[in-house]
Design a protein around this ligand. Structure first.
Ligand code: URA
Length: 263
């Protein structure tokens, strides 16, 4: 592999993803090694060349994190679209990168794609998405207009189960880079998986609502996930309170007012 190609793949966090399994299938000529002493005489018919066996070797997480943290939007989208860093890539139809205004004040973060999102490649397009769109409309917001919507996980977990810690860990640098690039004024974490990832806390949503938290230096509000609200209708009233709180916080943040951040 040329040094330039290797450099580009490293920059994209995609190297060394594919390597020859040691000793498997590679011909001595390819590897530049000396011919083995028991090589067949030149006149003997040579066996058909075997395709080199490839094995996935993900970059260590710290190296991936560092590579992803330097990406621009184009590189980040390409890296997510071709990501094979966890087993979820095997079952996906499409990756679900995120959608909206890349300079939005508002960032809503969900968990991961369901069946509809996996088919369409866009977050929150199923039943939970309809509810999220209605929640946005209720506070005068619209998908794509000063709003960005993303998930912690970019590939659908089978049967819509929660992501495993390894899967979330591999995917998390993408979301964190999205946040760095967007620099939203306010993040709304939708449900437990978003909270676990962005606040590194395992507390209940009920115990975290109604206060302003912080992801790095960005204010963050916690509320229920729309899919949870579809199953627990009485809690919609609480989500409405959270949205009103978010609107109030945004007004204060836009006017440069100080806002107490909870620890
Ligand atoms: N639930 C999520 O958390 N995200 C989606 O994109 C869809 C459903």
């Amino acid at each position: 592999m040329s040094a330039r190609r290797e450099e580009i793949l490293k920059e994209l966090g995609l190297w060394p993803v594919w390597r020859l399994r040691s000793g498997a299938g590679a011909s001595p000529q390819e590897e530049g090694a000396a011919a083995p002493s028991n090589a067949a005489p030149a006149s003997a018919p040579s066996p058909p060349a075997k395709a080199p066996a490839l094995q996935e070797v993900p970059l260590p997480l710290d190296d991936r994190r560092a590579a992803i943290a330097r990406m621009d939007w184009r590189e980040l989208k390409a890296a997510v679209a071709s990501c094979t860093a966890c087993p979820l890539h095997k079952g996906r139809t499409k990756t679900v990168f995120g959608v909206g205004d890349e300079q939005a004040d508002w960032l809503f973060v969900g968990e991961g794609p369901g069946a509809d999102e996996d088919r369409q490649g866009e977050p929150f397009v199923g039943q939970a998405g309809k509810l999220l769109d209605n929640m946005l409309a209720a506070i005068g917001l619209k998908r794509g207009e000063n709003v960005y919507i993303a998930n912690v996980i970019k590939c659908r977990p089978p049967g819509n189960r929660n992501p495993e810690p390894f899967e979330a860990g591999q995917c998390e640098p993408y979301l964190h880079r999205q946040i760095d690039l967007i620099r939203p004024r306010l993040i709304v974490a939708l449900g437990k998986v978003a909270v676990q990832n962005l606040l590194a806390r395992d507390a209940s949503i009920a115990s975290l609502r109604g206060r302003l938290h912080q992801y790095r230096d960005i204010p963050l509000i916690v509320t229920y996930h729309p899919a949870y609200l579809l199953r627990n209708l009485p809690d919609k009233a609480k989500a409405w309170v959270d949205l009103c709180f978010a609107v109030d916080a945004m007004k204060r943040l836009q006017s440069g007012e100080n806002f107490p951040i909870s620890s």
